[in-house]
Design a protein around this ligand. Sequence first.
Ligand code: SF4
Length: 272
Amino acid sequence: MSVAKDNKKRLFIGLITGTCVLLCAFLGLLWYVPYAGLDSFGAWATWSWGLFIFALIVLVGWGYVGLLTNVVLQRTFPFSQKARGLSVKLFLPLMTILGRVFGLSKRKIRGSFIKVNNELVLSEVGRFDPAKIMILTPHCLQASRCDMRLTYDINNCKRCGLCSIKGLLELRDKYGVHFYVATGGTIARRLVVQNRPRMIIAIACERDLASGIQDTYPLPVYGVLNERPNGPCLDTQVALIDVENALRRFIKEDKLPEDADNNVALTPLTGL
Ligand code: SF4
């Protein structure tokens, strides 16, 4: 595993640990503050309140341990299949706030979340028919000089090779999956509702991937970060080999094409 990927994982672990401690401290405070006030209802009220808060603390702690076991050991902790949901719904928003307090950039925090989300998806999700898998990309992957309209029909692409769309179309044809370009979150959501995929391989920047993963939960989303040699949202690219490797991992083995081992295409920029 590369040092950069390891750092992302360490950052995530640090942030969810901090988040869990703060959450438990907050719950402990909830327990303590009304303690004296509740006494007027009798001892049972204090105890019930205490038990309720204690149960919440156990729940948060259990979720945290489950998530950590999954991330560090890549094993499923008993009853922790919901680790991804917990990470998506509870820990990401809180750890973003915590990370900002410590001066970490949102991009870094989201990058570590996407890395861990991918590992959870890899450990939790099985294989599917190609028709149940959707590749979803943003509009900025299309060359800015190209005036083909791809949003409504991706087949309008002339496959000139100026951008990564050509390679992604070749991947679509080779593996038989769906492939769409979305110009925004609303269109992306509509495409998901219309096509009802079982999983999505999404290509985007940290911000769009993190919000897409949250929006579509519990649908598993495997995120591939785009490359931005011209800055954000302009002539971005993607390492096609990463997308192809994801397809090989998530498509049922008996549905993989015979030439699955041969890589389809080279990414224009990096040659990967
Ligand atoms: S491959 Fe060529 S035709 Fe297709 S979207 Fe890119 S620039 Fe346009």
